[in-house]
Every structure is written in C-alpha cells, then in structure tokens.
Design a protein around this ligand. Structure first.
Ligand code: ADP
Ligand code: MG
Length: 548
C-alpha cells in the first residue's frame, strides 16, 4: 500500500511525458488484448465449424459409425447405423453390440475384445441382425479411442458378396464350357466320319441287303449323337457363327406356326411384339434355337394347360442396372421375354438352371442342355439372360441383346433353289486339318467326278495352290486350323485365284480365339458333320452360281 500510496503521492509530480507514455503503454495493452480476444473468437468459430463438419461426416456417412463402451453398449450410432439395423435413436441407446451380432449355429460370434484392449485395430467379417430379424453381412473394424471408448466402423458387404457370387458362377460356367467344348470338338470330328461313311454305305446298298437295317440304325444313332454334340458346342460357344442383323419379331413370326403346334392346344400362345423393334447382331439359326429351347421348357412346365407369352421391347440400361444384370455395358438393348404360367421353380433350381446337364426331369425326358445353350448363345451375342420364377405361378426368361440399329423395310426372301445335278468335273481344293474328315470328304467329292487337291492347313494349301497350274474352281475349307485358318487362307488366295469360289465347313473351334471363328456373313457355310448329299448339292449350286 505504501508503495502505491507513495506513487499516488507522487502523482502530481509525474511529468506530462511520463503520463503520456503510461497511457500509450496502456492503450497498446488494450489493443493486444482486443487482438487476442478477436483471435480467440476466430478459433472458437473455426472449432465450431470443424466440429459441425465432423458431425456431418459421421451423420451423413454411408458406412455405419458408432462408439461403444468397454462392455459393448452403444454410446453413439450414426443415422446409417440406425437405418441398417432398423432401430430408432432411443432404442439404440439401450442396445449393446451383442444384441446386433448374429450368431449362426451353436458358436457365438463376438467382437475380439482381447486384441481390441491390447490397442490393436480389429477387422472382422460377420453378420449383423436387424430389428426385423433380417441379417446383413458386414465388415466391422474396431479400435480403442480412449480408456472407456471404442470406435466401430461397419461396411455393408451385401453388394460385394453378390458380385463375388456372380463372378464365381460365371467362372464355373466358363470352366464347364471349356471342358464340354473340348470334348465336343473331338467327338464332332469322329461323328463326321461315322455319319459320312454310313451315308455313303447306304447309298451303295440295296434295301434287301442283309446289313441294310443295321446300317440305318447306326446312322440314326449317330444323328442323335450329332444333335447332342451340337447343343454342347452351342453352350461352350465353339460354334462357327454367321452373325447378321436380326429382327427378333420376324424370327418369332416365322416360328409361330411351329411353336403353336409344339405347345399344344391347351396352351394359349400370345405375343406382344414391339412394332418398332431395333435390330440385333446374332446368328439367326442360334436365335431360333434359343427361342425353341425356352418354349419347349415352358411347355414342359405347364403340363398342357396355361398361357405362354412372347414379348419384345427395347430397354435402356444405365451403368448401375447394367452391372446388376451382368450386362457387358450400359446402353440400349432389345429384350425378349418368354413368360409362362407353369409350375415355376424354387430358388435352388433357379440358381442352377443354366448349368449343363442340370435337369429336374426324369431320365430320358431332359438332357439339361437346353438352358445352357441359351446361356451360351446369349453370351456369344454379347447379351445377358435373367430368370424370374415363383413356384406354382410361373417363370419369365428375359433375354437382352445389344441394340444395333433401327429396322429397315422388310427384306426380300430368297427364292427356293431348284434341285441340281450333283456331279461335276471341276477342281476343288479341300483344306481340313483332321485327317479322317479330310479323307472322307475327299472320297465323297471324288465319287461325284470332281478332281480333289488336299491340304492339312492354310499354309500347306497355299503351297498346293502355288504348284498346281490348272484352274481351282472351288476352295472348300475348314474355318479353324493350326498355322493358318480358313478366313486367312481365303484372304491370301482369292487375289491370285480370281476364278475360285469359297465354301467353309462350319468346323467347330478347338481354340478360343473368337476372331478366327467368325466368317463373312455372305460366305457359304456347311455344318459339320454334314450330310454327304447336302454337301455335294451345295458344291454344285455354288459352282453353277453365275454360270446359268
Ligand atoms: P431340360 O429341359 O432338359 O431339363 P434345361 O436346361 O432346358 O434342361 O432346363 C433345366 C431345368 O430348368 C429343367 O429341368 C427345369 O427344372 C428348369 N426349368 C427350365 N425352364 C423352366 C420353366 N419355364 N419353368 C419351370 N422350370 C424350368
Ligand atoms: Mg429344356
């Protein structure tokens, strides 16, 4: 006090200068204080903004974010968590983690507390159970935040699991296709030989010949084998394709007569065909087979009574829809639905319908190949197929193929060709890698009077052609061969052999190079195994074309 009193006592003695400097010091202190307060205000404001931001981060996150106490009780749960589990905020406040972790079977699933308490970040895949009893697969990551607080982040795995399943399924189908296709390819060549010699034997035999009946039976059996193999090849995508612009409505309209007699009188056959349907690129023969397979299945499912509807329309798929359906890309698609009111199927059946040899029909009735072929065909044309079904109600198969362009006016149909004489004297270059098939084919055409040059692949064929001086009227070639395939051979040979016509065997591909398996849509193609008569007739027709 004394000092202060002294100071006060000296007040009057303080010079103006001192007083002024005191005031200045005071003012600068005040300014500093004001600045400090201003900055504090800003800091508080920034803190408030950032905590709002963090809150929003948590509130609006699509992942579930929660905090729990050391016994698992929820301290907080964000809206995504409330929504996933189906609880209100009040209900959640009395919940603990144990209430929402689903334990399948006897074993109890729990959070790995020990690791968590040791300070580790724990990541677990487990199932949560919602208020309504539904379960969700999630990935949960948990971490200690403070002594009595743990943070939990949960991510929904449903979509990821679905994609994984989809991938697994398509890999399985691919593997089955490879297996089946490899076998079918070799089998097909063997059958070509068997059916070929059968036919040529029958041609020489008389009806009363003692072996005639036996050979007829052999031929019949081998034809049945051929049609089975065809189906397998279609499934494994090993067919040689002749893709063209196809108008689904026209294909359906052309088949209607046959389809309605196929389904029988008790089944009402209806169509709702979109009048301005766009074109798709596909092999028309394959599309017919696809429709036929679906209709036969629908007939079997309806047991003589019901309604079968074929519909066509155009749809537009966005990125997400395309992905969900397993489509190759978003965009415009032409859709064909085959809807029946038959017995339908349960979930287990529905998941397996596209597998080759999967059938629920009794032995001898079903082969289990119909839908696997549909699957293969659709895949070959860059499309996708879906099935919806309910037991006792019915089934819908939905096929989508990429839209290519708008349809033009109705194309004119080919006039039927008249039966021609099958013999000839021209020169044919026959190129086929399978020796047995080559020998058989050469024998067949030589018998008709033609001169035949042979080669085992494209490269050899080029040599043969180079060293042959006369004209080559026709090149008859397999599509896929080692060293050089048919299309490539044609590319090399036609410029130097301008007189030469070209005909392909629709040999089935042993490899998986799609490029090699597609031939020009205008090319003449003969399916292997071929009927000897059909082959020689086609050869004659082609040679006569333009000479009439
Ligand atoms: P298959 O007809 O020889 O049995 P598919 O591959 O054509 O072989 O069909 C496989 C199975 O799918 C059938 O056995 C049947 O159980 C089921 N299925 C196919 N289409 C239908 C349908 N329209 N309605 C009910 N079930 C069907
Ligand atoms: Mg079937």
């Amino acid at each position: 006090m004394g000092k202060a009193a002294g100071a006060t006592g000296q007040w009057g003695a303080v010079s103006d200068q001192t007083r002024n400097s005191n005031i200045a010091a005071l003012e600068s202190r005040i300014a500093a204080l004001e600045q400090f307060l201003g900055e504090r205000e800003k800091l508080v404001e920034a803190y408030r903004a950032s905590s709002v931001q963090y809150r929003m981060l948590v509130e609006q996150a699509s992942d579930v974010i929660a905090t729990i106490d050391p016994v698992g009780r929820f301290l907080s749960l964000n809206p995504a968590g409330l929504e996933m589990l189906g609880y209100s905020r009040e209900e959640a406040s009395s919940l603990s983690l144990d209430d929402v972790i689903h334990s399948a079977g006897d074993e109890k699933t729990e959070l790995e507390w020990e690791d968590l308490r040791a300070g580790k970040t724990v990541i677990q895949e487990l199932q949560l159970v919602c208020k309504d009893g539904a379960t969700v697969w999630v990935e949960m990551s948990a971490k200690q935040m403070s002594r009595d607080r743990y943070q939990i982040i949960v991510r929904d795995l449903t979509e990821r699991r679905r994609l994984e399943d989809q991938l697994r399924h398509s890999q399985k189908m691919e593997a089955m296709g490879l297996l089946a296709g490899g076998m079918a390819h070799d089998f097909n060549n063997l059958l070509t030989v068997v059916t070929g010699y059968c036919a040529s034997l029958l041609e020489e035999m008389k009806d009363e010949d003692s072996h005639y009946k036996a050979v007829v039976e052999m031929e019949r059996a081998s034809h049945r084998a051929v049609s089975l193999i065809r189906q397998l090849l279609a499934f494994s995508r090993r067919q040689v394709l002749q893709p063209q612009l196809v108008h689904l409505n026209r294909v359906i309209e052309d088949m209607l007569g046959m389809l309605s007699s196929l389904v029988g009188e008790g089944v009402q056959l209806e169509q709702e065909l979109h009048p301005e349907l766009g074109l798709v690129r596909a092999d028309p023969g394959q599309i017919e087979q696809l429709i036929l397979n679906l209709v036969v299945n629908a007939r079997d499912a309806m047991n003589g009574q019901g309604c079968l509807t074929l519909t066509t329309r155009e749809i537009e798929l966005d990125e997400e829809q395309a992905e969900r359906r397993g489509a190759s890309a978003p965009g415009r698609y032409v859709q064909l639905c085959v809807v029946d009111t038959g017995c339908g199927m349960d979930e287990e059946t529905r998941e397996r319908v596209f597998e080759p040899f999967f059938t629920t029909k009794e032995t001898g009735k079903g082969t289990g190949l119909g839908l696997s072929i549909v699957y293969g065909i659709v895949g070959q044309s860059d499309g996708h197929v879906r099935v919806r079904s309910a037991p006792e109600i019915g089934t819908t198969f939905e096929i989508c193929l990429p839209y290519v362009q708008a349809a033009g006016p109705e194309p004119s149909r080919h006039a039927p060709t008249r039966e021609q004489s099958r013999r000839g004297t021209e020169t044919i270059l026959l190129v086929e890698d399978e020796e047995m098939v080559r020998r058989l084919t050469a024998t067949l055409i030589e018998k008709q009077g033609y001169r035949v040059l042979t080669a085992g692949d494209g490269v050899e064929a080029l040599h043969v052609a180079a060293s042959y001086e006369g004209p080559i009227h026709l090149l008859l070639t397999d599509v896929v061969m080692p060293k050089m395939g048919g299309p490539e051979l044609v590319e090399h040979l036609t410029p130097v052999r301008t007189e030469m016509k070209v005909m392909y065997f629709s040999g089935y591909a042993a490899d998986t190079v799609t490029q090699q398996r597609v031939v020009d849509p205008d090319a003449v193609l003969v399916a292997k195994p071929f009927q000897p008569k059909a082959l020689t007739r086609k050869i004659r027709e082609l040679l006569d074309e333009g000479n009439e």
